[in-house]
Design a binder for this molecule. Structure first.
Ligand code: ZN
Length: 149
């Protein structure tokens, strides 16, 4: 059983203190807000999609606990350059990890969130930015009609 102090290990503390891609994106293709009422975390995620459907750039801003900020920061670094399908597949595996139903295979640095599975209250904190990303990508589909590949 992980302790709370083990959960707040180096990578999470680092990304909370100095979040990556923490900015408003002026030329975004899409964006979406997320809110986690059980903790009070708020996040906005922006993404710019290339003609080939890849996520050329992704950024976020928000207020919330260390887990939500660090997770949003690591999410942006993990999905940049990926296709939408790859990003959503990564979300599925990440969600399995934090809910304790899957392992950390192929998740890279996201594996540090494996400890969250011992703290059910924190699962929403860790997945908030991913839900916002998925909403943003779905909003982009609505704007362009059927998704192109
Ligand atoms: Zn939180």
């Amino acid at each position: 059983m992980a302790t709370m102090s083990e959960l707040y290990q180096g990578v999470i503390l680092d990304h909370n203190r100095a979040p990556r891609n923490y900015r408003v994106m002026e030329d975004a293709s899409c964006h979406a807000d997320g809110f986690n009422p059980s903790c009070g975390d708020r996040v906005t995620v922006w993404a710019r999609l290339g003609d080939d459907g890849r996520i050329e750039d992704v950024s976020f801003q928000g207020e919330g606990c260390a887990i939500s900020r660090a997770s949003a920061s690591l999410m942006t670094t993990a999905v940049k350059g990926r296709t939408r399908e790859e990003a959503l597949g990564l979300f599925d595996r990440f969600h399995e990890l934090v809910t304790g139903t899957g392992g950390a295979d192929a998740l890279g640095k996201l594996a540090v969130f494996g400890g969250v599975s011992a703290f059910p209250m924190r699962v929403k904190c860790a997945s908030l930015s991913w839900h916002a990303l998925r909403s943003a990508l779905e909003a982009a589909d609505d704007q362009t009609g059927t998704p192109t590949r």
